[in-house]
Design a protein around this ligand. Structure first.
Ligand SMILES: [Cu+2]
Length: 431
């Protein structure tokens, strides 16, 4: 399986490139979401698509009167904001929102629940409502989800991410108020799983009316998601029209030497060890708190690793860098040691040619590789008659759950909790 697995970059690379190519002119933000500090969310039902061709009845939060989405809208606020979430409920059961890591949450309206105030079930055409207000005191990456029968409602899709940007610094390029958390690009990795049998039971009971007593103890997930999509849908552009309830993609892209901020949220029930091929990452923060020994000192307790253990309910911030260190060749394609060093270039390889002679133009392989070569470098000519498949000109590394049973869709390999990091040649635009 491992061998097969590691041949996948080529296959998926080809698929991705086609898709990237088709959306090359569509710009999307690194992390899609909605800005606060006031949010109007509606809990409602709809269907999501699974990458094996199926669809599942699901519950989720919509932005205002918009389409239900899985995951719910990523709410983006600034440190110090007074955040208000007005929740309207069109589902046949009470729902709520809990915000782990936020303090001093004041709720108004709704009825008392076990964990928090709840919006009542829809009565006729009148939705139940409740509001939550809090001050976002600490920057970081957070989870939000229903606090009402979470074993069922989180499974059904009532969850999402909350991002608090540090207001005192450069919030679009710094995760926390410290220079060690600077980044060039940021991406969300919200990890979940689903058991279709539970969704089918809920749909049957909702259709029949009456009590919604569903047994969630016999839980057997067979679908795994990153930002609400199974691979290979993770690689598609955001907001593709054929996935209306799954607007977010999960496709990290960077240039050599840059810093990529990984905002990882385990919103599911199982461990999802997230494995980054290509290099280690540096774990900077957990649950919205820097890994520092003294407040303000910076992440001196940061750790380097290649698999993030992703515990259910926890969130993580990590910086990933890909420098090409120790590859033994110059990833920037410098032919001479006299060329100026690129930013963050691994100096010992400066000017070292790639360790193979590139074939003649007539002989180069056609397909997933940039310019017919598996190596990054400067742009060049394609084979005669060749069209550009790898539109990004990139170098692909698979990022996936290291629970390898989770990289399938309903037992069909490959799929599930898997995506690709694309290293793109220096100087090419990344939105
Ligand atoms: Cu692997």
């Amino acid at each position: 399986m491992n061998k097969l697995l590691h041949q996948l970059p080529q296959l998926l690379g080809m698929a991705t490139s086609l898709l990237l190519l088709s959306v090359a002119n569509v710009a999307w933000a690194a992390i899609d979401g909605i800005s606060g500090p006031v949010f109007n969310l509606t809990a409602k039902a709809d269907y999501i698509s699974t990458a094996d061709g199926g669809s599942l009845y699901a519950w989720g939060y919509a932005n205002g009167n918009g389409t239900m989405q899985y995951p719910g809208p990523t709410m983006i606020v600034n440190q110090g904001d007074t955040v208000t979430i007005n929740l309207s409920n069109e589902l046949p059961v009470p729902v709520s929102i809990v915000l782990p890591g936020q303090q001093g949450i004041v709720s108004s309206g709704g009825g008392a629940g076990i964990m928090t105030q709840e919006a009542a079930a829809m009565a006729g055409s009148v939705p139940g409502t409740v509001s939550y207000t809090f001050t976002a005191t600490q920057p970081g990456t957070y989870l939000y989800h229903s606090g009402t029968q979470p074993s069922l409602q989180v499974e059904m899709g009532l969850l999402g991410a909350l991002i608090v940007r540090p207001s005192a610094t450069d919030p679009l390029h710094q995760a926390y108020g410290h220079a060690a958390t600077n980044f060039d690009h940021e991406y969300l990795f919200l990890l979940t799983e689903m058991d279709p049998a539970i969704h089918d039971q809920v749909l049957a009971k909702v259709t029949a009316g009456g009590a919604l007593n569903v047994d969630t103890s016999a839980y057997h997930p067979v679908l795994w998601f990153m930002n609400g999509r199974n691979a290979p849908d993770t690689l598609l552009a955001a907001n593709v029209p054929w996935l209306p309830t799954q607007p977010y993609n999960c496709l990290p892209r960077m240039h050599p030497g840059e810093k990529l901020l990984m905002r990882v949220v385990n919103a599911g029930r199982d461990l999802h060890p997230l494995h980054t091929h290509g290099n280690n990452f540096t774990l900077l923060a957990r649950d919205g708190r820097l890994l520092e020994s003294v407040p303000g000192i910076g992440p001196d307790l940061a750790t380097s690793d290649f698999t993030l253990r992703s515990v259910p309910g926890e969130t993580y911030d990590a910086i990933f860098e890909w420098t090409g260190k120790n590859l033994g060749w110059d990833i920037y394609g410098h032919t001479s040691a006299n060329d100026p060093l690129a930013p963050n270039e691994y100096a010992p390889d400066h000017g070292k040619p790639i360790p193979v002679v590139l074939p003649n133009l007539q002989d180069v392989s056609f397909g997933a590789h940039y310019s017919g070569s598996p190596y990054l470098g400067s742009f060049g000519a394609l084979p005669p008659g060749g069209t550009m498949l790898n539109g990004a000109g990139g170098y692909f590394h698979m990022w996936h759950s290291h629970n390898e049973l989770e990289i399938v869709n309903n037992d069909i390999f490959p799929g599930g909790m898997m995506t690709m990091l694309i290293i793109e040649p220096a100087g090419t635009p990344i939105p």
